[in-house]
Design a binder for this molecule. Structure first.
Ligand code: IPD
Ligand code: CA
Ligand code: CA
Length: 265
């Protein structure tokens, strides 16, 4: 295993332990609001600090893009971190959340870890080497037809200024064209589910790089396609993601890209 991935796994498991240790005291966890419906807790901050410290012990020169602390350092190696993806679920005791860690070298994602501390499932990928769940190779689903497909999504929820008006017709179109739509509530884990073939496809608008970085490499290494909703490669920058195996990706793209506004919302 590549040493960078090894350190990423160590950091993700430690963060997972912090998250689980605190689950018995959800009522007393200090929570603050970053914006409407956008919460951060002391657990997010503690997990993130621990991840950065764990990585820095092995790679003191590396840079970070982490959800709570923002950008730190300057290096060709950048660790992209969501210490607790699915904070709203976590704070309600709804057991769907994850730790997401990716490392990019010269702006290209190289290694990825998504760890689900409730199920103790570890999703990993390294560029060119494939994606694994608990060490076993995973592939995106072989689903050929959109009407039999199970599709994941995320609702825009952060305030009036979000993508809701663009999103609702998309949701309607996907519900009408597939076997079902799910909104689990932790984007990194949703993407890991696509990589493992548990979901046939996924789309969401208004995401941040740390929500998508690790999960997108998992999907690519599991044989799937990841683009923005307009089919471009800049999903990490523009924050919209559309993914699935090649057939489902293209079918979803045909359904959803005509519903994008010509000007960003
Ligand atoms: C959120 C989750 C959610 C997605 C949001 C994300 P957070 O991350 O991934 O599923 O719909 O857009 O911001 O804030 O819990 O780390
Ligand atoms: Ca997140
Ligand atoms: Ca988070």
């Amino acid at each position: 295993m590549h040493p960078l991935l090894n350190i990423g796994i160590r950091a993700a498991r430690r963060a997972g332990d912090i998250i689980i240790r605190n689950i018995n005291r959800l009522d007393s966890i200090k929570v603050s609001t970053k914006g409407r419906n956008d919460f951060v807790s002391e657990v997010d901050r503690q997990a993130e600090a621990d991840i950065i410290e764990t990585i820095r012990r092995s790679y003191p020169e590396h840079a970070f893009l982490a959800e709570e602390r923002g950008s730190e350092g300057s290096s060709e190696f950048v660790w992209i971190i969501d210490p607790l993806d699915g904070t709203t679920n976590y704070l309600h005791g709804f057991p769907v959340f994850a730790v997401s860690i990716a490392v990019a070298y010269r702006d290209r994602l190289e290694h990825a870890v998504v760890y689900d501390p409730m199920r103790q499932e570890l999703f990993t990928a390294s560029r060119g080497v494939g994606a694994q769940l608990d060490g076993r190779r995973i592939r995106v689903s072989g689903q050929r037809n959109l009407d039999s497909a199970l599709i994941g999504t995320g609702f825009p929820f952060r305030g009036k200024e979000t993508w809701l008006d663009t999103y609702m017709p998309m949701l309607k179109a996907v519900i009408a064209s597939t076997a079902g739509v799910r909104r689990p509530g932790a984007a990194s884990l949703d993407l890991a589910s696509v990589a493992a073939g548990r979901l046939d496809g996924f789309w969401e608008l208004g995401l941040q790089p740390w929500d998508m970085a690790a999960g997108s490499l998992l999907i690519q290494e599991a044989g799937g396609i990841v683009t923005s909703l307009s089919g471009a490669d800049d999903y990490l920058r523009c924050g919209q993601i559309l993914t699935g195996n090649a057939r489902i990706h293209d079918a979803l793209s045909a359904l959803l890209s005509p519903l994008l506004p010509t000007e960003p919302a």
